[in-house]
Write a protein that binds this ligand. Structure first.
Ligand SMILES: CCCCCC(=O)SCCNC(=O)CCNC(=O)[C@H](O)C(C)(C)COP(=O)(O)OP(=O)(O)OC[C@H]1O[C@@H](n2cnc3c(N)ncnc32)[C@H](O)[C@@H]1OP(=O)(O)O
Length: 197
């Protein structure tokens, strides 16, 4: 969404009652169901269930290169544009807060650190960790892991400028290098699955 002339990302704080990743920041989303025809359907259905966003209020822009979460699930980000007038109605079973962050924060953060990350298959990469202070609501959010990975990639695609921290991409060939990173990660996982057969 555009707020005060700047692109913003809408994020959620997961409910503490959830079995998986309680209290962590993520995008609205979830597992695909048989009724979904594709990942876009899944994303729109989940956004409606979690934050009350009506699918017809979303202008879907694109899908991004998938990521892999810590349970080794394949996660496909769907990017959509929504109006600034959207009023979220969080489903309290799943979401305890909804907030927005300027997209530019993910290339030029005020509070950032990087952590080495080793997947269950031994693949080495880095994990971004942002602290975002929402001054209006006097709350701070920690945005890290897979959520931060997607936010950084989208910010790089949109702004096409060098971030103030290191990233594992060739910035002159962003899409290909992100596909290559994903394929390497996926291959390390697939190799392990095969050897477990
Ligand atoms: C750089 C990479 C770092 C990776 C490490 C981290 O991310 S560190 C963590 C920092 N936190 C984050 O970044 C949050 C990342 N997580 C997410 O964004 C979200 O969990 C998600 C979009 C992937 C999934 O959303 P939800 O958990 O709300 O999904 P939902 O409620 O539908 O899940 C119902 C069940 O389906 C499973 N499930 C969810 N997505 C799935 C998928 N793509 N493929 C298979 N299964 C899936 C869930 O584990 C859960 O299992 P059960 O019913 O068995 O419970």
């Amino acid at each position: 969404m555009v707020r005060e002339g700047k692109l913003h990302l809408l994020l959620t704080l997961r409910s503490m009652q959830l079995r998986r990743s309680p209290g962590q920041v993520c995008f609205p989303g979830g597992k695909s169901e048989a009724i979904d025809k594709d990942e876009i359907d899944t994303a729109l259905r989940e956004a409606k269930e979690e934050v009350g966003l009506q699918p017809e209020k979303v202008e879907v822009i694109c899908r991004l290169v998938p990521g892999i979460d810590k349970m080794n699930h394949l996660v496909t980000p769907v990017v959509g544009f929504i109006e600034d007038t959207f009023q979220a109605t969080p489903n309290p079973d799943e979401v305890s807060d909804v907030f927005v962050v300027p997209l530019e924060y993910f290339v030029k953060p005020l509070n950032y650190k990087t952590l080495p990350y080793k997947t269950s298959t031994g693949y080495l990469s880095r994990m971004h960790c942002f602290i975002y202070d929402d001054h209006e609501h006097k709350v701070s959010f920690k945005i890290w892991g897979l959520t931060a990975h997607f936010a950084v990639f989208l910010a790089l695609v949109v702004f096409r400028k060098r971030p103030t921290f290191e990233v594992d991409y060739d910035l002159d060939d962003l899409i290909s290098s992100s596909e290559k990173n994903f394929m390497n990660l996926y291959a390390s996982l697939y190799k392990r699955k095969k050897s477990n057969l």
